[in-house]
Design a protein around this ligand. Structure first.
Ligand code: DGJ
Length: 732
């Protein structure tokens, strides 16, 4: 890893063994991109890359009369001069002008990486990354802009963000401040987004790029299940194992935009950042605004390799604390078993059976507090309901502990029901516009977390519940999107800051709880996967992936999630059948075979299943305990896409490539067909592996493929709906 500065050409070359990112001060003084891709040799001067001279009807820089931004690749394009593409930022100045030109002033190169104040971000020790900060200045606007680039030693990835500072006496108004721009020299790419909605999250959607704009966005206040804040662009021939691909992953959980724009001179522009709609950030003298971070990753060997970069980088340099790289406890959650209708005794009954199955953690879901007997009341009243928990959370937690299980519970701290004591006491603590009615979602309103006193009050209530209880896990839910976003805590000029300050408030509550209770494992949740993003992983190392727990739908949802997120971050449980969301009945075996590829647990009352199924559950728990380190932290490969066929397969391989586990799923039966072969990946070609009691060379399994006939038997057949197998492949 290195960052070289060539003084003469004012060119910066960031590189590691895998990639090069080259940028330079352009003839207009602004920063331009020279190259991003597979590692290339360093050169003193790559200005041959620049297009000099005009074209008909383009505007050129007045000093040189030869440089048009529009014909070149920019690092952080501004509005108003010679680039007519979508800009990365916009500043409204005191005289009403929005034209800016930030030119090179200075730079710093250092080992490691700085944190972002109050925001989630990747982190790195001095020997893990190097950072370049380029300071640019607009003398007329009296502002500086620092563009920050971190290159990681071991990953084909660069983290970027921008920081604005007002140095003048007049107030300026940032009306757009995206986190990064990546301009590329051609448009022969496909765009891949991960879209959906409740119970159908992160389904890949691919389209061809050309001139014009393709964008995904959220204006819901949460990153959303509708569009995940992660995109890939790939060459049309790129598949899982070959070809170029670039990913942009937003380390942020609120409103966002991700955009690809092809101009008419072959340039492809990628932008990602906080959604500029309803965003305004006033800056007075000396004040700064720091954008969230985007992690740009690159692969020249297919999509699996791109995903593996994100998996490893996020596990090692984004997730923090005790649970970083630590296998996750197998849990039993009572939600789908009881909903809010439970007593301490009914909960203990479920927990006792869970313990018998070998489960390690019991999680009490929604309904333990206030007047919370259905979803119309109680949110905001974080005090135990004595009718359900006579000795409170602490009493129940101690009883669960005495059974030999760890204890965790559910909260939804950002919300309040109008029917709650908190709302009756503080009706002004919600996001709402005076004089207008407030839209509801699941009978609830959103607390105004842009106000510190609101965050502090919720913290105090939760602190009291947690402090005397042996709590080792918290599921943090968030079940509605933001509407009528207005804060009584902010003056008119600052209403445009509220969306962002609200999510900063959410982060600050996480930070306070993590500080107070550093050993607690947080799982984020938002009606399933409505806020499944890299920002959340900084606080909660795992996320409930979807409220859709149907194993067949889950293959798709987990497969789609694996493109941008580590397997260990994917909350996945076995639930009861018929499935509550789809009505489908899938065997306990297949439900387990899907749920293994994530955090693993049960979302049902194990007293309610048959003895034979319970025996299977015991074996599943045993299997997961023996293999979770490999499953959750091994190198993950997607092998067969459930979006392209009625079968799916994936596998994980250990670091030393001596052990692997593969999962294969028949979503629908194939009548009158042969089982066929499944090509495995990531093994050592020369090693002999045993699989199902037979021996194979690694190269056989990867090239000729694993014969699926080997698995045909009473428990698996490709001519059966919802059949599956999971197999262990071990070097001799
Ligand atoms: C939505 C979550 O996704 C569910 O798992 C459950 O926790 C409910 N909320 C509880 O209200």
């Amino acid at each position: 890893m290195n960052i070289i500065f060539h003084k003469e050409s004012k060119q910066f070359h960031l590189s590691n063994d895998k990639i090069s990112y080259i940028l330079a001060v352009t003839p207009s003084g602004e920063l331009g991109n020279m190259y991003f891709g597979k590692k290339i040799h360093d050169r003193n001067d790559m200005s041959y890359m620049l297009v000099r001279g005009g074209m008909p009807v383009v505007a050129v820089d007045a000093d040189t009369e030869s440089y048009a931004m529009e014909l070149n690749r920019q690092e952080y394009p501004s509005f108003g001069t010679t680039d007519f593409g979508t800009q990365a930022f916009e500043v409204e100045q005191a005289n009403g002008s929005r034209v800016t030109s930030f030119v090179y002033k200075s730079h710093a190169i250092f080992n490691g990486k700085k944190g972002l104040a109050g925001l989630p971000a990747t982190y790195a020790a001095e020997d893990e990354a190097m950072t370049l900060e380029v300071e640019l200045e607009d003398a007329v606007a009296e502002m500086t802009l620092v563009l920050s680039y971190t290159i990681f030693k071991d990953y084909a990835a660069v983290a970027r963000h921008a920081t604005f500072k007002n140095k003048g006496d007049s107030r300026v108004n940032l009306t757009r401040a995206l986190s990064c721009c990546l301009d590329l020299p051609d448009q022969n790419y496909e765009w891949m987004q991960f879209s959906g909605g409740w119970a159908r999250e992160r389904i890949p959607d691919v389209k061809k790029l050309s001139t014009g704009t393709v964008a995904i966005e959220s204006r819901r206040g949460a990153s959303s299940a509708n569009q995940n804040p992660f995109i890939i662009i790939k060459r049309p021939n790129t598949d899982e194992f070959s070809g170029e691909a670039i990913g942009l992953s937003f380390v942020y959980s609120g409103n966002f935009i991700a955009l690809a724009e092809g101009n008419n001179y072959d340039r492809l522009r990628l932008l990602m950042g906080i959604h500029p709609d309803r965003f305004e950030w006033p800056l007075d003298r000396g004040q700064t605004f720091e954008t969230p971070e985007v992690v740009i990753a690159m692969s020249s060997s297919g999509l699996n390799s791109l995903s593996q970069t994100y998996h490893k980088l996020y596990n090692n340099n984004l997730v923090r604390g005790k649970w970083k790289n630590r296998p996750r406890p197998i849990l039993n959650n009572n939600w789908e078993a009881t909903f809010m209708d439970f007593t301490e005794e009914s909960i203990l009954k479920i927990a006792r059976k869970a313990k018998e199955a070998g489960v390690e953690l019991f999680v009490l879901d929604d309904g333990w507090f206030g007047e919370r007997n259905d979803d119309t009341a109680g949110l905001g009243d974080w005090v135990e309901n004595p009718a359900k928990l006579p000795e409170g959370i602490a009493g129940l937690a101690r009883k669960i502990k005495a059974l030999g299980l760890d204890f965790g519970f559910w909260i939804e701290p950002e919300m309040v029901n109008p029917n709650s004591n908190l709302y009756r006491r503080h009706p002004d603590w919600v996001l709402a516009v005076p004089g207008r009615k407030s839209s509801l979602g699941r009978h609830q309103l959103v607390l105004d977390f842009s106000r510190q006193e609101v965050v502090d009050a919720i913290f105090d209530m939760l602190y009291k519940v947690i402090k005397d209880a042996p709590v080792s896990y918290i599921k943090w839910d968030m079940n509605r999107v933001l509407t009528e976003v207005y804060s009584l805590g902010s003056s008119a000029d600052y209403q445009g800051t509220v969306y962002h300050r609200h999510i900063m408030g959410v982060y600050s509550l996480y930070e306070k709880l993590i500080k107070a209770f550093p050993d607690i494992l947080f799982e984020s949740c938002s009606s399933g996967g409505n806020r499944f993003d890299a920002g959340m992983l900084y606080y909660a190392p795992q996320a409930w992936c979807s409220d859709n727990t149907d194993a067949i739908d889950r293959v798709r949802i987990q497969y789609g999630s694996s493109y941008g997120y580590p397997i260990v971050s994917i909350g996945s449980h076995v639930s009861a059948v018929p499935n509550q969301q789809t009505g489908r009945s899938v065997s306990i075996r297949t439900r387990g075979n899907v749920a293994y590829f994530g955090t693993f647990g049960y979302e049902l009352d194990l007293n309610e299943i048959s003895d034979a199924e319970f025996e299977t559950v015991k074996k599943q728990v045993e299997f997961m305990k023996a293999n979770r380190e490999l499953i959750q932290f091994g190198t993950f490969y997607r092998l067969r896409s459930p979006f392209e066929s009625d079968q799916s397969a994936w596998m994980v391989v250990s670091e030393d490539r001596k052990k692997a586990i593969a999962g294969f799923y028949c979503m629908r039966s194939r009548v009158n067909t042969l089982p066929g072969f499944l090509k495995l990946a990531g093994l050592n070609a020369d090693l002999v592996y045993t699989m199902e009691g037979r021996e194979f060379y690694g190269d056989e399994l990867m090239n000729s493929g694993c014969p699926l006939a080997l698995f045909s038997g009473p428990e698996f057949s490709v001519s059966e709906d919802f059949a599956s197998f999971v197999t262990v492949i071990e070097a001799k």
